[in-house]
Ligand binder design. Sequence first.
Ligand code: SAM
Length: 245
Amino acid sequence: MRRFIVPFNLTSENVTLTEDFAHRFLRVLRLKVGDRVLLCDPRGSEWVAEIVGAGDKTVRLKLIERHFSQLEPKTHVTLFQGIPKGEKMDFIVQKATELGVQRIVPMFTKRTVVQLSPERAKSKCERWQRVATSATEQSGGKIVPDIALPLTFRQALEEASHADLWLLFYEGAEKPLREILQPHQNVNDVAIMVGPEGGFDPSEVAMAQQKGAKVVSLGKRILRTETAAIVAVALVLYELGLLEH
Ligand code: SAM
């Protein structure tokens, strides 16, 4: 059954979808009256719904029954990502969403090459939020990750320092991930930090360490930023037993 994430809470049994949802249902997917789909709302509640009517630009559905799929991991994972060049951030957002992060915070660091005006940053985040929504639908996730507006490194330090476990991935680190995660199996809130193509400046690593970050290695090879982000998220979720849902 096809699954869709609607941008409003499913509170009434009668649901009307308009504009791009209606277009997608009727023109792209050629769904018709009597077909059943899964609707999932921003709170993560999911319903089997049946199409009961369709107009030119609207689709009317009736909620039939609650659908309980796998629960979201109990641990809240935030990826703080040094903004990379080009389309790499789309890729990172898509893969981190598929894996199950709950929040992605783009970061301006000392070596970030990309410059974004506030308007440009807003439209980029709206685009990344759409990428996250479709990756959540595709992967069967229940809650779309929140894509935050970009923060400076100092602002990101502030936010990450409140996590139960804060990991900054640095190619110059000695400690492997497994050793760091061993004593932290029951954490509720994890912050993962990955640098842009140019990496973190050593002064940024020192600042983060001072505020409580654990600096972690992914081995001797230097990974591309987009590779490191995905590997870091996957390994952290795996080591914390969160990929078993
Ligand atoms: N500027 C660095 C250099 O040329 O040596 C490379 C930075 S790497 C392309 C981008 C980011 O990926 C780094 O900031 C780090 O967060 C992560 N990364 C890459 N390889 C890593 C490794 N072996 N261990 C930990 N983090 C790594």
